[in-house]
Ligand binder design. Structure first.
Ligand code: DHB
Ligand code: MG
Length: 629
């Protein structure tokens, strides 16, 4: 699969764009005319930079408002085209994208347009160039790839072909199987873009909201399947107009683009076996069976505070590492590892972020396959050398620089708790509280990295993303999206913070980067848990009385029941599936907290309660570090 990306898709000057595109592993690049015009080097010099980066120019674009014009515009268009052909020859590319005419003076008619393209094809052929015709979704007469193909067919010229763009086809919900009957040699290039489903003007939607395949809601893989079924083996080229990307990190966006194409090609190849998509072998998306552990990095002092808290929550120390200062606390299936090593990556993570949940262990069927897939998608392998007698845990860096370890059922990884650790049978001073498993982990990221983070998880793990939900913080909006699997054994909630005055934004700022901000444990009996925790001296986050008056009315709760919830500071929500109960710890440090939930068929995460929870957390936080709204 040959991959390309349009220069318009990433931020920066043309040379920075090209460097990032090459570094991300693309084979080709579409040169957008404006990127060339604002750059103060000649087309020949640009051609040299492109070559030096090991890239190929896949096309030059766009050439607008060409076909079906009355005179004198028609003749002028041919002159204009000759000027563009000069630039193309200087750039060393043979393909120009002509997008369908939007001019109010354009005349319709398939034959008229076909005749114009035939004449343009003749001129292009003299110079060894090719013309690709693309239907814009808002074209004046031509806004459907089926009509554009009919014009190309009638033009009947070897140097005139079709350009397909997933956005234009999918935004208009055009039947993608109409692509299957187009001869592959007449498809000159295929552009790909996704977009979130938003009901708005097509042009505005296209120019501002496109995103990488897999980041939005359009069926880009169905489109790509239909293209692949023709036997097409040319470039797949990203063309992403996105306001966030224009201002984002050039390298991150380029790397995401490449990841999105590898992921897409891999998916399509699995369901369309005749597809001519040559890609290196990638194991399928990884099924996560369970969270095996969450590891905190801390220093000795802060570890003592963390351990005191774990005890109050009903955890018991079950093991310590045979040779390192690493201890394991457990309750139900939940393992919390506390690492106070003064060397290595955990220590580095502590030095940067303070006490932080820097690593997560995931149970998978094949740990090596998980690493292979992650690396194939452009993730960085975690390669800390194990000490003598230690097992090397396969792992990769996740978004924000934390580590995901993979543990499978192989002997060394399955038995790690007994081979590498020494069992401790602590006589815990506190009661177990019925915490059974990890319901979800919540990672806070910068809003402009939310799409990237979602793509990381959905491309690597067999998970689906939910639509974005707005969480209202008294100081701003936090956009929240969930990545989860069918069974619920892996759920990650992602909160994208736009400003640093929200609880999420403050956490990112003070922790010097995105990381896990809370961990939610599941209990089968929230009231029994609340009672045990109270006995242990746990003081839950205090929720306002007004909240309980509201939910009593909103859900028609029995007054006694609402009073029980209030007395225990338990939040309540309900959906079609059932009930949800939430109990929160206060906030530790700069915003980390634990949550305890009980779900009875409920599928969500209590988003309607977030505003009450956040307000309560802000009351708890030290006023000198946490600006109130
Ligand atoms: O928004 C546009 O005008 C535009 C231009 C060229 C393209 O290839 C495209 O898909 C859209
Ligand atoms: Mg396009």
């Amino acid at each position: 699969m040959k991959t390309s990306i349009a220069t318009v898709s990433v931020s920066g000057e043309l040379d920075e764009k090209l460097a990032a595109i090459a570094a991300a592993g693309f084979d080709g690049v579409e040169i957008f005319e404006n990127d060339l015009l604002v750059f103060d080097k000649s087309p020949q010099e640009v051609a040299r930079i492109v070559r030096d980066q090991g890239l190929e120019i896949t096309l030059f674009q766009p050439f607008r408002d060409f076909e079906g014009m009355p005179e004198p515009q028609r003749s002028r268009n041919f002159d204009r085209a000759e000027r563009k052909f000069d630039i193309m020859q200087e750039l060393g590319t043979d393909l120009v994208l002509v997008c369908s005419n939007v001019s109010p003076v354009a005349l319709g008619g398939l034959d008229r347009a076909a005749a114009d393209f035939h004449a343009l094809g003749e001129r292009a052929a003299r110079r060894g160039l090719r013309i690709g015709y693309e239907a814009l979704a808002w074209g004046r007469h031509i806004n459907d790839h089926r009509d554009a193909w009919e014009i190309v067919r009638r033009a009947g010229h070897a140097n005139v072909g079709l350009i397909l763009d997933s956005f234009h086809t999918l935004a208009r919900k055009i039947e993608v199987n109409s692509i299957r009957s187009i001869p592959k040699e007449k498809i000159f290039i295929v552009q790909l873009a996704d977009a979130p489903l938003i009901d708005m003007d097509l042009l505005y939607w296209s120019r501002h909201y496109r995103n990488m395949p897999g980041e939005g809601d359009l069926p880009v893989s169905d489109f790509t399947r239909a293209v692949a079924a023709t036997g097409y083996d040319g470039y797949f080229s990203l063309e992403i107009f996105n306001d966030q990307f224009r201002g984002g990190s050039t390298r991150m966006i380029a790397a995401d683009g490449r990841r999105s194409l590898v992921y897409l090609g891999d998916q399509v190849r699995r369901i369309e076996p005749d597809a001519a998509l040559t890609l290196p072998h990638l194991p399928d998306r990884i099924e996560v069976e369970d969270f095996v552990f969450i590891e905190f990095a801390a220093d000795e002092d802060e570890a003592q505070q963390m351990i005191a808290l774990l005890r109050v929550l009903g955890f018991r120390k079950v093991a310590r590492h045979a040779s390192k200062s690493v201890v394991v606390y457990q309750q139900g299936r939940i393992r919390i590892v506390v690492n106070t090593e003064s060397v290595g990556f955990a220590n580095a993570a502590f030095n940067v972020h303070g006490t932080t949940a820097y690593a997560v262990g995931l149970k998978v069927a094949d740990a090596r396959a998980a690493v292979l897939r992650a690396v194939g998608l452009g993730a960085e392998e975690f390669t800390q050398q194990p000490g003598p007698g230690e097992t090397k845990l396969p792992g990769v860096f996740g978004p924000g620089g934390g580590v995901y370890y993979f543990l499978d059922h192989g002997e060394d990884l399955e038995n790690i708790w007994t081979t590498e650790f020494v069992a401790e049978n602590e006589n815990a001073p506190t009661l177990p509280a019925g915490l059974a498993s990890i319901d979800h982990i919540a990672q806070t990221v910068r809003y402009d990295e939310l799409l990237s983070t979602v793509l990381f998880y959905t491309s690597l793990f067999k998970t689906e993303k939910t639509p974005v939900v707005d969480i209202i913080d008294p100081a701003g909006v936090v956009r929240s999206q969930v990545v989860a699997n069918e069974t619920g054994s892996m759920r990650i909630t992602l909160n994208g913070a736009e400003n640093h005055r929200t609880l999420a934004g403050h956490f990112i700022t003070e922790n010097f980067g995105p990381s896990i901000q809370h961990v939610a444990f599941h209990t089968d009996d929230i009231l029994a848990t609340a009672v045990a925790l109270a006995t242990n001296g746990f003081r839950p986050l205090q929720i306002s009385r007004n909240y309980y008056d509201d939910i009593e009315a909103r859900f028609g709760l029995e007054p006694d029941f609402a009073e029980t919830l209030r007395a225990n500071n338990i939040l309540y929500d309900r959906d079609e599936g059932g009930d949800y109960f939430q109990l929160y710890s206060p906030v530790y440090g700069e915003g980390f907290f634990f949550e305890i939930v009980q779900r009875r068929g409920y599928r969500g995460y209590g988003a309607p309660n977030a505003i009450f929870r956040i307000a309560a957390q802000k009351r708890h936080m030290r006023p000198e570090t946490m600006p109130r709204s």
